[in-house]
Design a protein around this ligand. Structure first.
Ligand code: GLY
Length: 371
């Protein structure tokens, strides 16, 4: 099986090399009919760290100087975002770029960029509702932010800033209490009165409905809480990651790749019905492998690894991997960005590419395939 994973990683390198040679210094978000370059709406600018992050993964895998130079260059193009107050995605941007770069070099200047980005993200904190608000506005909490809050923990740890740490911890508790349901499923968004902190209810932008289970949101939560458990050692966060993972595994289709929303009516056609979402599968596979490295329960870890490997195997078949689809510029087909806005539906999406590469890199470098 590792041959299949190695081949997929070869193909991923080929596709990224082609992309950056064809469109230098361009950070695409999703394809249109398989092509990265188009004038489609961005909704929000949050994915630069995934393209550069893949280059760091390719360097980790190959130790090829060519990838090192590209990774450094594309990371530098993102440096100004450390002060960006318009997005809640600074973790996505910096944890996949400046963090590996800092770990390879120990250059303190890079660490300062990470710390600044964590402080900038913490400025989104709403003291009454006790959460980091989404780019939509002060009233809005997104499940996605669970993947970004590790950057605030990081900055707090590096600077011994107790207040920063409490902000990150509170954000996780509010997310758990308002967005994660008792059965382990998640809502995409929570709405609050920012003046009083009163919780007004669950909502969605990218899922089917306020009360539904948007597949990518659940994957963000699972992986985010797993990382926060690693960073804090706090069992209350492990419990949430486990609950998310249990829901995920219980409801996953037989091939290991979810539909875009776990509540979608599968008797209906795409995009609102039976539309697969490969990026959610890739994120969850990476998250389950991470959680398997954190949880002390051997039986659970075995289940997490098996599910992750099953999903990755399916994603490596020609149905998902674009290696037999002529002229398709992405790596993974059948991802979805935003159904309601009709952006990147049944296309390649940059975060799907990144987490697929991350999960496969983990598998081939840590020998997970032996499980
Ligand atoms: N807004 C982040 C996502 O599409 O998952």
């Amino acid at each position: 099986m590792s041959d299949v994973f190695f081949s997929a990683l070869e193909f991923a390198q080929q596709q990224v090399r082609r992309l950056i040679e064809k469109y230098p210094d361009y950070f695409p978000i999703y394809t249109k009919q398989g092509k990265w370059y188009h004038d489609g709406e961005l909704w929000t600018d949050w994915t630069g760290g995934f393209l550069a992050g893949m280059m760091w993964r390719f360097y980790q895998l190959t130790r090829d100087r060519w990838w090192w130079d590209r990774a450094v260059h594309y990371s530098q193009l993102l440096e100004h975002r450390q002060h960006d107050r318009n997005v809640h995605d600074l973790g996505f941007i910096f944890l996949n770029t400046y963090l590996p770069w800092y770990r390879w070099t120990g250059d303190e200047r890079l660490n300062q960029v990470l710390i600044q980005a964590g402080r900038t993200l913490a400025l989104r904190y709403q003291p009454r509702g006790k959460y980091l608000c989404s780019f939509i506005g002060p009233q809005s909490l997104f499940i996605d932010i669970m993947m970004n809050v590790p950057l605030v923990f990081y900055a707090a740890r590096q600077t011994n800033d107790e207040q920063l740490y409490r902000i990150a911890e509170q954000h996780c508790r509010t997310t758990r209490d308002r967005l994660v349901r008792a059965d382990g499923s998640t809502a995409h968004e929570g709405l609050f009165n920012p003046d009083t902190g009163e919780f007004l209810g669950q909502s969605t932008h990218q899922g089917l409905a306020a009360g539904s289970v948007w597949a990518r949101g659940l994957a963000w939560s699972l992986y985010g809480f797993s990382q926060v458990y690693e960073l804090t050692g706090n069992e209350e966060f492990l419990e949430v990651a486990r609950r998310n993972a249990d829901y995920w595994i219980r409801h996953l289709p037989e091939d290991g790749v979810p539909y875009w929303d776990f509540c979608a009516d599968l008797s209906q056609p795409p995009p609102w019905g039976a539309q697969k979402e490969s990026s959610a599968g890739a994120i969850a596979a990476a998250g389950l492998l991470h959680l398997a490295g954190q949880d002390a329960d051997a039986e659970r870890c075995r289940r997490y690894r098996q599910t992750a490997l099953h999903t990755l195997r399916t994603l490596c078949t020609p149905e998902y991997l674009a290696n037999h689809t002529p002229d398709w510029e992405g790596i993974l087909k059948h991802g979805v960005y935003h159904t309601a806005k009709n952006l990147g539906v049944d296309e390649s999406v940059m975060w799907g590419e990144y987490f697929f590469v991350e999960a496969l890199t983990r598998v081939v470098t840590e020998g997970e395939q032996n499980e």
